[in-house]
Design a protein around this ligand. Structure first.
Ligand code: PNS
Length: 171
């Protein structure tokens, strides 16, 4: 292997990293980079749920992710509507990647992983622990801080901080 060749990943094939990403945080970004060290292809999939109210539209959320991430071979940003396992099947993915923070995420994630396994046994949910620096961080807390004009340094990529300030009229 020459110096210019990328490090080989651990797993061949496609993994889906789904979420609401309303908005993407630095915790998500860190997990995406770690996911790319494991999987050679990773799709960051923004969920479009017409019944769920979000601060940013699906297109805005996907665009913010594209702006926040460098162009990288094997990395794609997409959106989906409907069941995640149907999307995974349509994309030919066998792995759903989810980040896990401290205990608070566990029950929700367990329920979702079990439901997805029941709906589609061929798709496996794999968890990576969120980087400890980001254990406290969630899109919800970011929206809360941004709503009151608080500092967003270190919480979200700068382009996302700008989008939040614009959206919430703090620019
Ligand atoms: O970032 P989030 O909000 O925790 O992501 C949740 C998400 C979007 C992954 C989840 O709600 C989802 O998969 N929605 C699609 C609908 C679906 O497949 N539901 C069945 C699993 S219970």
């Amino acid at each position: 292997m020459t110096d210019s060749e990328p490090e080989p990943t651990l797993c061949e094939g496609l993994a889906i990293y789904p979420g609401s990403f309303d908005p993407i945080t630095n915790g998500h970004v860190e997990l995406i980079f770690r996911g790319l060290e494991v999987f050679d292809r990773l799709v960051v999939a923004v969920a479009h749920n017409p019944r769920k109210q979000t601060l940013f539209t699906t297109d805005e959320r996907a665009e913010m992710i594209r702006q926040a991430l460098p162009e990288r071979k094997g990395l794609e940003v997409d959106s989906f509507e409907g069941l995640l396992v149907d999307y995974a099947r349509a994309r030919g993915a066998h792995v759903i990647l989810r980040g896990l923070r401290a205990v608070a995420d566990f029950e929700y994630e367990l329920q979702m992983a079990n439901m997805n396994k029941k709906l589609c046994p061929g798709v496996e949910t794999l968890f990576m622990m969120t980087g400890e620096r980001y254990f406290f961080l969630s899109s919800q807390s970011v929206r809360e801080v941004a709503t009151f004009g608080g500092p967003l340094d270190g919480l979200v990529p700068e382009t996302v901080a700008e989008a939040l300030r614009r959206k919430l009229g703090h620019d």
